[in-house]
Design a protein around this ligand. Sequence first.
Ligand SMILES: [Zn+2]
Length: 256
Amino acid sequence: MLTRTRAIVLKNLATGEADLIVTYLTEELGLIRAFAKSPRKTGSRFGSSLEPFSFVRISLFGKEGTGLLRITGSDIIEPFQEIREDLKKVFSLAPVINLTERLLPEREPEKKSFSLLLLTLRHIRDSGPEASVILCLYYMVRFLDLHGFSPKLDHCTGCSRDTATYQISQGSLYCAECASQYKNEGSVSIRISEGTKRLYYALLKWNIKSILRIKVSPAILDELIQLLEGHIRYHVIQRGSPPLFHLQQPQAFHQG
Ligand SMILES: [Zn+2]
């Protein structure tokens, strides 16, 4: 079976003497891992098309549904070189890649996630490094929503009153009174401010150009990052796994 599809490189991993296993989010096959023979040897025809974030058209060869696919062709559509050259952009994208890779099953079509990632990468490339965190949060909030994993931050799920307490295990807000009714062992809650709720719903509903005009304080960005970290680790990925946001220290996110 030979397949051609547009794809975005999520990451690559060296294997053997000079081979690579490349993880892609593809337009036609969703998440896939594919094998490139000796791309690191001189004279490789793949060039930089196997580097993270490259937007490419690939040809794959492999048996239907089983085994590792082999990359037989890879042509760059948009290199996204500007992203790879900016450490802040690369660091900001780490949780995006991590979440995408951990949530999606392999070889199931994912056209909406593919379009969302491409849109996000184009805006990260075209914006200054200071916008990369908010653009990555935009992707993560929309991606969770696409897959039915959104946290609900509007009001208490029990009684509809306003409250600032997010119960991680419930994936939504609960006031103290309602929370006492289901109280289960080890239930962890976090307080979130009105500013964080507003930012979250802006990321969920506004178009990307309007989102780029939002001025957000570092405290609010941190609060949203903490919330997403807790939520994703509880609901999406295994709790024992390493942190999604590797660089939670404010200085890593907020210094230019
Ligand atoms: Zn309530």
